[in-house]
Design a protein. Structure first.
Length: 169
């Protein structure tokens, strides 16, 4: 009788362990369904977001630029004090910049990318050709540090961006 009870106890424990393992596996699989998590997948998602950002610059679409940022996103504007915080403020900041200049071309290139859960950091270079008024187009290069966050919808968006314009030679 005690032998039967011991076997039932072990089977019950095994059942709980299998159930727990199944739930953990299901949760992990479900979390992965929210969006890319593997470094190569995250790199591809961020490259796609950067390409969309570059296209929005050339179109002059401040709203589309702001959509690449999280609701609480921030920009540390170059050669200007303070921060631009929140998607509405980022849209207004970009709209003002787009009134002053027209982007003819924009290329954003990732140099390094690190991923930790729902956060990623990226460093890279950018090259834009822009025109102010009727003046001749100018090509400007720069570097950047960007922190990305995966939103609940699975989309990677910019949480914080620090662009650095290269010195003019």
């Amino acid at each position: 009788m005690s032998r039967d009870r011991s076997i039932r106890t072990r089977l019950t424990r095994c059942s709980w362990i299998v159930l727990a393992a199944s739930l953990v596996s299901a949760c992990a699989h479900q979390a992965g369904a929210r969006g890319p998590r593997e470094p190569a997948e995250v790199r591809a998602a961020i490259a796609e977001a950067n390409a969309g950002l570059a296209r929005a610059l050339v179109r002059g679409d401040a709203r589309a630029i702001a959509e690449v940022f999280t609701e609480d996103g921030e920009i540390v504007p170059p050669m200007q004090g303070g921060f631009v915080s929140g998607r509405p403020a980022i849209e207004a900041y970009q709209a003002k910049r787009l009134q002053a200049r027209r982007y003819l071309d924009a290329v954003i290139t990732t140099a390094q990318l690190g991923v930790s859960g729902d956060l990623a950091w990226e460093t890279g270079t950018n090259k834009v050709t822009l025109q102010q008024g009727e003046s001749a187009p100018v090509t400007v290069t720069g570097r950047y540090l960007t922190v990305w966050r995966r939103d609940p919808d699975g989309r990677w968006r910019i949480r914080a961006e620090v662009p650095v314009t290269d010195p003019v030679e």
